[in-house]
Design a protein around this ligand. Structure first.
Ligand SMILES: NC(=O)C1=CN([C@@H]2O[C@H](COP(=O)(O)OP(=O)(O)OC[C@H]3O[C@@H](n4cnc5c(N)ncnc54)[C@H](OP(=O)(O)O)[C@@H]3O)[C@@H](O)[C@H]2O)C=CC1
Ligand SMILES: O=C(CO)COP(=O)(O)O
Length: 343
């Protein structure tokens, strides 16, 4: 057993690969767990992951594996970087493996989404699946951070939130370096909601671009999008200030304005007239906002919170509503005061 801090990274896609590389660059030992033998061989032998990050050269010390027991043994933390839909089944696979270990790792989630049908946040899925003493220590890792930019060491700041601040501070310490800065936050609910719900609004920003709308339209969408995210979040018990932070407005800005965003690119292609099934098939990476739009549609009804922009995007994605007609409807909603927080 080495003296290095070992971190298990689950999910060898764009974000998991870049975070594994960052952790190794920071002097930690990393096992990167994935589900493809070819991918693991490519990472271990060529130190690339061309499907997800065509230009990226991975630190050769990143070790990819398909063996979950090997990945978890001696790990001080387990970082989930999987699509939302994979969190519950993979977490269930972990339970018997963790039960055999002498010490329990800290769980960290970098995933941004709401589960379909249950509308659960990642922390709720973890609470369902893991024993309380493990789930209670979960750290949420969220903020404006395209993998492609972190890969080139662009300056990046994120939020780490947990009910156990000691865990958040530990995660802060293992990730921070001269291009990666983390802030702690005790509002896990707000941090999770900001990270998940901005993906829906980013699809809308892409749609506007695809239709040919300009900067004013995008600024209005982002501002009113944040208003409805905050409205839902506050009603659910989140701190309104969280939505003004990195995991709120910060992530909304980066996702609504960058061609690196898969959600933005999906919306842009829809705005240009491509069918959703074709867009998703061509993307080859997860577009979390599509599933989350359906979860938000149901959650906002359940919470009796109006979310007109997210609802319009849901209608276009799932109910074959006409995009231009939805925009017209939004522009003709009842006139109101900007500061009204109720609807
Ligand atoms: N990319 C980014 O810049 C950022 C992403 N995120 C969030 O991180 C999460 C992951 O995103 P990202 O890395 O971009 O996604 P990608 O689509 O790039 O990669 C997803 C990875 O998860 C793997 N996977 C899917 N299902 C399973 C499973 N059941 N078991 C094991 N592996 C599985 C995929 O494997 P396979 O190749 O076989 O499909 C793939 O390697 C998302 O919630 C996203 O919102 C957050 C911040 C930044
Ligand atoms: O969350 C992200 C950046 O912070 C990644 O966004 P996309 O999933 O839209 O690429």
């Amino acid at each position: 057993m080495s003296n290095l801090t070992k971190i298990a990274v689950l999910g060898a896609g764009s974000w998991g690969t870049v975070l594994a590389d960052l952790l190794v660059n920071n002097g930690h030992q990393v096992d990167l767990w994935g589900n493809s033998a070819e991918m693991a061989a490519e990472i271990n032998e060529q130190h690339t992951n061309r499907h997800y990050l065509p230009e990226f050269q991975i630190n050769p010390a990143v070790h990819a594996t398909l063996d979950l027991k090997e990945t978890l043994t001696d790990a001080e933390a387990v970082l989930f970087v999987l699509p939302t839909a994979a969190i519950r089944p993979v977490a269930q696979q972990l339970v018997p493996v963790l039960a055999e270990l002498k010490t329990q790792p800290i769980l960290i989630s970098a995933t941004k989404g709401l589960e379909l049908e249950s509308h659960d946040r990642i922390s709720q899925i973890m609470a369902d699946v893991f024993p309380k003493e493990i789930a209670d220590g979960l750290v949420i890792f969220s903020g404006p951070s395209h993998a492609e930019n972190v890969a080139t060491h662009d300056l990046t700041s994120l939020t780490v939130a947990s009910q156990k601040m000691a865990n958040a501070r530990w995660v802060q310490k293992i990730f921070m370096n001269n291009y990666f800065r983390l802030y702690t936050n005790d509002d896990m609910l707000g941090v999770e909601l900001g990270g998940a719900l901005k993906n829906v609004i980013a699809i809308g920003a892409g749609m506007l671009h695809g239709l040919g709308y300009g900067d004013n339209a995008k600024a209005a969408l982002m501002t009113r999008g944040l208003a409805e995210i905050s409205r839902l979040g506050v009603k659910m018990g989140a701190n309104p200030l969280t939505f003004m932070g990195l995991s709120g407005i910060g992530d909304l800005i980066v996702t609504c304005t960058s061609v690196n965003s898969r959600n933005w690119r999906c919306g842009n292609a829809l705005g240009e007239g491509q069918p959703l099934a074709e867009v998703l098939a061509n993307m080859g990476m997860v577009v979390e906002g599509v599933g989350t739009a359906e979860a938000v549609h149901e959650l906002s009804q359940q919470m009796a919170v109006e979310m007109p922009i997210s609802e319009a995007i849901y209608q276009v994605l799932y109910e074959e509503a006409d995009l231009r007609a939805e925009i017209t409807k939004l522009m003709h909603r009842d006139a109101r005061n900007e500061a009204e927080f109720e609807n």
